[in-house]
Design a protein around this ligand. Structure first.
Ligand code: ADP
Ligand code: MG
Ligand code: MG
Length: 268
C-alpha cells in the first residue's frame, strides 16, 4: 500500500469535496491515525489553504475538537495527521431521516456548541457545520472536525471561496450572501437540531430552491411534523434559525443552554 511519511495507509475512512482521509499505521510505533490528503489539485482549494487548515486546527486544543498529531510533506504531497475517530461521523452513525431522542440531541448539541464557542472566542468561524464533519471519539464523545474553510473573522481572507455544494442544506442566509460570522455556525447547528428532531431538513429541493428558502422562507413548523414537541423546544430551534443573525441567540453556547433548559420541561 501507499506510504506517507511514517504512515502506511491501510484503508479509506471517508472523503469530502476536497480531501480523502485514510486510516494510517505508524511504521515504527504501530499506532493508528487518520491521514488527510487533498484530492488532485482543485482550483477551489489551493494547497495554501490546506496549510492554513492545519494551522487553524492545530491551534485549537479542546476536548470536543479533533486533535492534530502532525503535518508533513512526502514527495510533494502535504498530509495532515489527525487523531483517529473510531466511531466515524454523525452522518455515518445516523442515516438521513433518523429521529433522535431529545436527550441525545441535547447532549450532541451541547458538545458541538462547546467546541464552536471555543473557536468563536478565538475569532474563528467554522463555516462548514454538518453531520459529515462531526466525528465520534472512542467513548462516543463529539469531535468537531474539518476546519478546511474556517475563517478568521477579522481578515475575511477566503470570502470568495465557492464551497457551497455539499453544505447548502446547512448554510445561513448571510453566509450565502458572503457575510459569514459566528452566528452562521449557530444557524447550521440549528438545522442539525431540526433534522434530528423531525427526521427532515427544513429546506429541500434544488440549489436555487434551497437558497431562496434559506433567504426568505420560514422553516416548516416542527409541531406540524412532530405534534409531541413542546412550544419551548420549537421556539429555541426557530430562534437559532432566524434569518437575521441579530435575532438569533447571542452566542452558540446560549443556544445550547436554552435548548437544554427547554428540554427539561419536555416529556419527549
Ligand atoms: P473534506 O474537507 O474533503 O470534507 P474531511 O476532513 O471532512 O474532508 O474528511 C472527509 C471524511 O473523512 C469525513 O467526513 C469522515 O468520514 C472521514 N474522516 C475525517 N477525519 C477523520 C478522523 N479523524 N477519523 C475518522 N474518520 C475521519
Ligand atoms: Mg468535510
Ligand atoms: Mg473540508
Amino acid at each position: 500500500g501507499r506510504q506517507l511519511g511514517n504512515y502506511q495507509l491501510t484503508r479509506l475512512l471517508g472523503e469530502g469535496a476536497f480531501a480523502q482521509v485514510y486510516l494510517g499505521e505508524h511504521i515504527y510505533l504501530s499506532t493508528q491515525a487518520a491521514i488527510k490528503v487533498l484530492k488532485t489539485q482543485t482550483e477551489n482549494y489551493p494547497v495554501d489553504l490546506f496549510y492554513t487548515e492545519a494551522r487553524n486546527i492545530a491551534r485549537l486544543v479542546h476536548p470536543n475538537i479533533v486533535r492534530v498529531l502532525d503535518f508533513g510533506v512526502d514527495s510533494n504531497t502535504p498530509f495532515l495527521v489527525l487523531d483517529y475517530a473510531p466511531n466515524g461521523t454523525l452522518r455515518q452513525r445516523y442515516v438521513p431521516g433518523t429521529v433522535l431522542p431529545l436527550s441525545t440531541i441535547v447532549s450532541y448539541i451541547k458538545q458541538i456548541a462547546e467546541a464552536l464557542q471555543y473557536a468563536h472566542d478565538d475569532k474563528l468561524v467554522h463555516r462548514d457545520i454538518k453531520p459529515e464533519n462531526i466525528l465520534l471519539g472512542r467513548r462516543n464523545e463529539v469531535l468537531l472536525s474539518d476546519f478546511g474553510i474556517a475563517l478568521m473573522v477579522q481578515t475575511m481572507q477566503y470570502q470568495n471561496l465557492q464551497d457551497v455544494a455539499g453544505t447548502l442544506p446547512y448554510m445561513a442566509p448571510e453566509q450565502i450572501q458572503g457575510q459569514p460570522r459566528p452566528a452562521s455556525d449557530q444557524y447550521s447547528l440549528g438545522i442539525i437540531a431540526y433534522e434530528w428532531l423531525s427526521g427532515r431538513r427544513p429546506f429541500q429541493g434544488s440549489m436555487t430552491e434551497m437558497i431562496s428558502q434559506h433567504l426568505a422562507v420560514a422553516p416548516p413548523s416542527l409541531r406540524s411534523i412532530i405534534p409531541a414537541i413542546t412550544p419551548d423546544v420549537e421556539h429555541v430551534v426557530m430562534t437559532a434559525l432566524e434569518k437575521d443573525p441579530g435575532q438569533r441567540f447571542g452566542s452558540v453556547r446560549a443556544f445550547a443552554v436554552a435548548l437544554e433548559q427547554a428540554s427539561q420541561f419536555s416529556e419527549q
